[in-house]
Design a binder for this molecule. Structure first.
Ligand SMILES: [Zn+2]
Length: 429
């Protein structure tokens, strides 16, 4: 693999941009990144890197912005074909659109097709890592990891487990959820760039016995992640209360069965009780913000400022297909809008940090992906900051990088993605 030198504006982070974006940000208007054997081996001034690495093949992106590739910390690849389906809130959404669609992935060839489409759409949008729920079918997990391996992508995935409140054909059992998850975990976790996540969909679709079995599996294999949903909509929370009358709150339905831990990823986490926030903070678990989904499904306004102040790990995610867009740019825009509605808007640096470093940290992969720094995987996205006439005319007025970048965050889409590198190899986008 030839050593590569990418030249352009560079934007990277060291530290926590939610706490101190100015201190955490590294921007170089004439920067460069050297990649070798799949890793970033140097960053800095473009001219200095060119002099230090005369043997590197040079790709000059001009004034385009070189960033770490985007990291999507929560999505559902099986739902790609039903993205942008009209008019339902969570429970009706699942019954009307999601479950019939997920049933189709019993056919592994179809699952492969959907996985391939999703991974290609992600790359076209500059997303180099995805964290997906698969379906109850083990073949859907194989399809996901095989598709990612073919593209060299670091992805997270797991077999979704459901043994109640789901239709015939979309339920497993206590035993099969444990056995299948364990077999898939053994087959995939740590193979190439694959990371396994034990995946109960959410408390309403698992019996206490199934939650306990998955908690036992996680205790046996604490190195893997665990992903699920938490406190997305008020009717869902009321339903959880009915189903688990002995539980103190929604989080307790996981905690009581061994499904609360530092490697836990709790998607949505909108309507949290004070005890739940305390416990998530104590445990150092991650919550994942899915802003386009929260507005599209009508769920509520995530408290980014409040949870960040508690030091929680926070990832950013599309939640495709409850989320309404494949783009992490659009996802950042929605996070900004939700911040505005709460009176706590995020700075463009914080939005970019969330879409790269923040999500990587939520996955316990900080410094390995989502990071434009030495030693990180060379998963890189290059953004054209003038990709449409509307964006270009606004960016032309910019007096600094943030004014130049923000129009692309708010109005950009896959046309803004000039190039993508995955593991040091240029991906076709
Ligand atoms: Zn979800």
């Amino acid at each position: 693999m030839t050593k590569q030198l990418l030249l352009g504006q560079t934007l990277g982070f060291d530290g926590d941009a939610l706490a101190d974006w100015q201190g955490a940000t590294r921007h170089d208007s004439a920067g460069g990144v050297v990649i070798d054997a799949g890793l970033i081996v140097a960053t800095g001034s473009g001219a200095a890197l060119r002099a230090a690495h005369p043997d590197a093949a040079v790709t000059d992106y001009g004034d385009a912005l070189i960033s770490a590739g985007f990291v999507d910390a929560h999505m559902h690849y099986p739902q790609t074909p039903i993205i942008a389906s009209w008019g339902k809130q969570l429970i009706d959404w699942l019954n009307t659109y999601t479950f019939p669609q997920e049933m189709r992935l019993a056919d592994t060839d179809y699952a492969r097709q959907v996985a391939d489409t999703t991974l290609d759409l992600a790359l076209a949008h500059g997303t180099t890592t995805l964290t997906s729920f698969c379906t109850i079918h083990p073949g859907s997990v194989d399809a996901w990891f095989e598709g990612a391996a073919a593209r060299g992508m670091a992805v997270v995935g797991g077999k979704t487990c459901m043994d109640r409140n789901a239709p015939d054909g979309l339920r497993d059992t206590v035993q099969s959820a444990y056995d299948d998850s364990k077999a898939l975990l053994d087959r995939w976790h740590g193979k190439g760039r694959a990371t396994y996540a034990i995946t109960p969909r959410f408390s309403p679709t698992s019996t206490p016995d199934q939650l306990a079995a998955l908690g036992a599996l996680w205790a046996e294999r604490p190195e893997v992640l665990m992903q699920t949903h938490l406190s997305e909509q008020l009717p869902e929370i009321a339903w959880v209360r009915d189903l688990f009358p002995q539980s103190r709150d929604y989080l307790d339905t996981y905690e009581a069965f061994g499904l609360l831990g530092p490697k836990g990823l709790y998607g949505h986490a909108i309507h949290l009780e004070p005890r739940e926030i305390d416990r998530l903070a104590e445990i150092d678990a991650a919550v994942v913000h899915c802003p386009t989904s929260n507005t599209f499904i009508g769920s509520g306004l995530f408290d980014m400022a409040g949870l960040a102040a508690r030091g929680l790990r926070i990832g950013l995610a599309t939640d495709t297909g409850g989320g309404s867009n494949f783009s992490m740019l659009r996802t950042m825009a929605a996070a900004y809008e939700i911040g505005q509605l709460r009176g706590t808007p995020l700075h463009p640096a914080q939005l970019m940090w969330l879409a790269t470093e923040g999500s990587a940290r939520s996955l316990h992969m900080g410094g390995q992906i989502g990071h434009l720094g030495v030693g990180s995987a060379a998963d890189i996205t290059v953004l054209d900051l003038s990709s449409t006439p509307a964006i270009a005319q606004r960016a032309a007025q910019a007096t600094d990088i943030w004014e130049a970048l923000f129009p692309t965050i708010m109005m950009g889409d896959d046309r803004a993605v000039r190039d993508v590198w995955v593991g040091g190899v240029r991906a076709r986008v």
